[in-house]
Design a protein around this ligand. Structure first.
Ligand SMILES: [Zn+2]
Length: 340
């Protein structure tokens, strides 16, 4: 899922995302709550209508951003008080309020309010954090079930908004297990594995996914939050992960880092100054079909707005291409397995 923090996948228009085959994008509750405000978005018919994205949308709970505001927050059993990074104004997110905001935004998938445990976290700290996450999951789901009908749209096909629970537990497999079992009992519509890619070594990320994934029901979506590099997302998808989101393809693009079939390419490097070749000779995205490395380097050097747009389009095409290939090969495997 490309990440559309403030109701836009930075620098990439919605029609381009459609052309690239993006099926779902993510919006950040914290940002949209502060600006333009969830009530304003509700009055405009919800996020789909506001940003003109008639496809699937997912909103996070706002927790991750709030917890990143280290200096500006205060956590209690009830929720989190925080100050806006925009104007310093005081706000609070409780599980109920986070879900209320997400219902007003009206994405297809909302996330339970959780505490993303930092890394490293010692055992008592991880246990305390998990206690909050599990209590908040219950409250999020109860509020969601009682209020989901207030979503600002109705689907003629009868689809309704869903709520996913988030497995935390730091880097302790038994805490992860405990959390997964509790969430599965609550019967969420889907399950996410959170608190990864927070600075831990990559082998540990892999361990946590490998240990947690089998505990989550196979017939519901399983989502790993905030990953990863191209080879990681391929590996996780092959392990059975259904959904992932990451700012990496677009954020790296704005800094001139392109992911290609030949590895990472820093378009700022002088060696590309007169390179007439496409960014990635094996990519058939609209950028690689039309523009040279030399031109992309020039746009970056000149600080042109088009630079971020073209680099992002290529990186998103590269990421979506990986998932397309994985889907096709899984499809093939399942067909040959059933003799079709
Ligand atoms: Zn390309």
């Amino acid at each position: 899922m490309p990440v559309g923090t403030q109701g836009t996948v930075k620098a990439v228009p919605q029609d381009t995302l459609e052309a690239l085959g993006a099926q779902i994008i993510l919006g950040n509750t914290y940002h949209l709550y502060l600006r333009p405000g969830h009530e304003a978005i509700r009055r405009m018919g919800g996020l789909h209508k506001f940003i003109s994205w008639p496809h699937a949308l997912l909103t996070d709970s706002g927790g991750f951003q709030v917890f990143s505001l280290n200096e500006l927050r205060k956590v209690s059993d009830d929720g989190v008080r925080f100050r806006s990074h925009l104007d310093g104004s005081s706000h609070s997110f409780t599980p109920e309020h986070s879900v209320e905001v997400q219902i007003a935004l009206g994405a297809d998938i909302s996330m339970a309010f959780d505490e993303c445990t930092e890394y490293p976290a010692d055992r008592p700290r991880a246990e305390e954090s998990l206690r909050l996450t599990m209590a908040w999951a219950r409250r999020s789901l109860d509020y969601f079930r009682a209020h989901r009908h207030l979503v600002p749209w109705s689907d003629p096909k009868g689809c309704c908004m869903q709520c996913f629970g988030i497995v935390q537990g730091g880097m302790y497999t038994d805490l992860r297990r405990q959390c997964a079992e509790r969430l599965v009992e609550m019967d969420f519509d889907g399950y996410a594995i959170g608190g990864l890619s927070v600075g831990e070594p990559r082998e540990l990320t892999l361990d946590m996914i490998a240990e947690t994934l089998p505990l989550l029901p196979k017939d519901k979506p399983r989502y790993v939050m905030g990953v990863g590099y191209p080879d990681e997302i391929e590996q996780y998808a092959r392990m059975g992960v259904d959904m992932m989101d990451c700012v990496l393809p677009t954020r790296a693009a704005r800094h001139g880092l392109l992911f290609t079939s030949e590895g990472r390419l820093n378009i700022k490097n002088k060696q590309y100054a007169e390179d007439q070749g496409p960014p990635d000779p094996f990519c058939d995205c609209p950028v690689c079909r039309r523009y040279s490395r030399a031109y992309l380097r020039h746009l970056m050097q000149a600080g042109e707005a088009l630079s971020g747009t073209l680099n992002s389009i290529h990186n998103l095409a590269f990421y979506l291409g990986i998932m397309k290939r994985v889907r096709a090969s899984l499809h093939e495997t399942s067909h040959s397995a059933t003799g079709n």
